[in-house]
Design a protein around this ligand. Structure first.
Ligand code: FAD
Length: 146
């Protein structure tokens, strides 16, 4: 089992939630299970949800990150799962977050407006570094606001 830290970044298309209530419930379920599993597996990271898309950063030992990504790819709550980056890293960007959520609040939308303007809020048009930087900035902002 490789203990070297790695970061994986992907995006996917949302398949759940016809109503806001459905979506809220599904996202709460996904986060609860993710946080439980990730604490067990030494994974940290952040999940961004924006209308039709998820973007997620997973960081931890390579074998744990790969195993989580295998499960995530088979999850029918989303589809078209596309890997943007898998890199070795020296330090975690989300050391305190078993899986943080940066959602589609007005404040968050304002924060990623600059990237949204060029991508149409579509992570398919972003690089792994851009998605990672965006989630890291939002995480720092959340921690400062807490
Ligand atoms: P169980 O929770 O026992 O689930 C068994 C099976 O049922 C799995 O195949 C699961 O995908 C499926 N399942 C469970 N609930 C539902 C449901 N409500 N609708 C449809 N299928 C369902 N997991 C992590 O461990 N870490 C993460 O960071 C993580 N991030 C995720 C991000 C997104 C956007 C999504 C959609 C899922 C994420 N998951 C994450 C969940 C992951 O896809 C698996 O569902 C989970 O890891 C399985 O956990 P388990 O082995 O304990 O199985």
């Amino acid at each position: 089992m490789s203990a070297a830290l790695h970061r994986l970044v992907y995006y996917s298309r949302n398949h759940v939630g016809r109503s806001d209530a459905d979506l809220d419930r599904e996202i709460s379920d996904i986060l609860a299970k993710s946080q439980e599993n990730n604490r067990r597996d030494g994974i940290t990271g952040a999940l961004l949800f924006n209308t039709g898309c998820f973007a997620q950063v997973l960081e931890g030992p390579l074998s744990a990150v790969e195993a989580a990504f295998e499960r995530i790819q088979q999850d029918e709550r989303h589809g078209d799962v596309s890997l943007l980056a898998l890199d070795r890293i020296e330090a975690r960007s989300f050391p305190n977050w078993a899986m943080g959520f940066v959602g589609a609040s007005e404040r968050d939308a304002g924060r990623y407006g600059a990237i949204g303007a060029s991508s149409g809020f579509d992570p398919a048009h972003l690089t792994g570094d851009e998605v990672h930087g965006l989630l890291r900035d939002l995480a720092i902002e959340e921690e400062n606001a807490a």
